[in-house]
Design a protein around this ligand. Structure first.
Ligand code: PLP
Ligand code: COI
Length: 339
């Protein structure tokens, strides 16, 4: 096997030994299958290709100091994929099947789980999509569920860092009663133009406001937002954001650290009152925010004038990473240690 340079991995795709698949037809799920091929043969009229009947998940496995592999909160990802399936009229993958597939694909690709010291991890990507042929706008009667893995680098190579975001009111990510709360491909297709524009202007991503009134904070690129002030962790309550499993975890850990937690509508002007702010998600855990520039109103909300992450962001980050790598006790039962 070629040598993998664990400490220089990015967030990209690398071929591994195999993926695990399961097919749904005639109203029921089949057995898990192990495939070495990265390709699949798909009907050209599959509903996923035409009508976006598709969803995906993202979670990680970590190798601890003890050599053991820990998978973080896969039960929650299984439930979220069921919600996405319900929201797109797809067959739901039973939780046990989802968990069995995740454990199997990680076990079979054990050699791709990066060593503890590298700070890298194994990214797990489950996908579910309509594979049956339709031309009318109707749900498929056949589905494919695949879980593949790929090793990914530590998000912050040079250490935990802040980045800038930008508010641009000409772009929406999702509608208040739309699909934003589901992890479906269409939401990401809808974000590409805005994301590219933000990158070209030197920002890490777009900071979305609610699509209806453009008054409240929604999402932070493909991540949830949280702000810290007066010893309180504040995060948006909105029907158009994805319920982030990292955010749910941070809310628990914030309480443990003695903070209050508020999940509520956050008016955009309130940004001026936060002492620290962060974007949270599986990829980075916390991506602390340096500043948010309001492009349309020519305003700038600065959280870190010198670019260093806030103390509470750093504490939360270290605590959650510690649980994921097995350095901190798993008091909430978030971790599955692979046998
Ligand atoms: N919001 C969006 C739109 C996302 O794509 C993600 C990434 O999964 C998140 C938030 C963070 O969710 P999680 O913490 O479950 O990874
Ligand atoms: C995250 O894991 O934080 C994400 O934003 C997932 C993204 C790669 C779709």
């Amino acid at each position: 096997m070629e040598q993998i340079d664990w400490s220089n991995l990015g967030f990209g795709y690398m071929k591994t030994d195999c993926n695990v698949r399961c097919m749904y037809s005639n109203g029921k799920w089949g057995e898990l299958e192990v495939h070495e091929s990265e390709y699949l043969s798909l009907h050209m009229a599959a509903t996923s290709l035409h009508y976006g009947q598709e969803s995906f998940e993202g979670l990680k496995a970590f190798r601890g100091k003890d050599g053991k592999i820990r998978i973080f909160r896969m039960h929650d990802n299984a439930l979220r994929m069921q919600d996405s399936a319900a929201g797109t009229l797809m067959a739901q993958v039973p939780v046990e099947k989802f968990e069995e597939a995740v454990k199997k694909v990680v076990k079979l690709n054990e050699r791709f789980v990066p060593p503890y010291e590298s700070g890298a991890s194994l990214y797990i990507r489950p996908i579910l999509f309509g594979s049956g042929a339709q031309v009318g706008v109707r749900p498929s009667d056949e589905y494919i569920f695949i879980v593949f893995v790929t090793p990914v680098g530590p998000y912050f190579k040079g250490g935990f860092q802040t980045t800038p975001f930008v508010i641009m009111r000409e772009y929406d990510r999702s509608a208040p009663l739309g699909m934003g709360k589901y992890k479906v491909g269409g939401n990401y297709a809808a974000s590409l133009v805005a994301g590219e524009r933000a990158h070209q202007l030197g920002y890490s991503n777009i900071f979305y406001l609610d699509a209806k009134e453009k008054k409240y904070i929604d999402e932070c690129g493909a991540a949830n937002f949280f702000g810290i002030k007066d010893n309180t962790y504040v995060t948006p309550k909105s029907t158009s954001i994805l319920p982030s499993i990292t955010n749910k975890s941070l809310m628990k850990l914030a309480v443990d650290l003695g903070l209050k937690v508020e999940q509520r509508s956050i008016p955009v002007e309130e940004l001026a009152t936060f002492e620290e702010a962060g974007a949270c998600g599986t990829a980075a855990v916390i991506s602390p925010i340096q500043r948010i520039d309001d492009f349309d109103e020519n305003k700038s909300y600065v959280f870190s004038p010198d670019g260093t992450p806030g103390a509470i962001c750093e504490k939360l980050y270290k605590k959650l990473r510690g649980i994921q790598y097995g350095d901190e006790p798993d008091t909430y039962g978030w971790v599955t240690v692979l046998e």
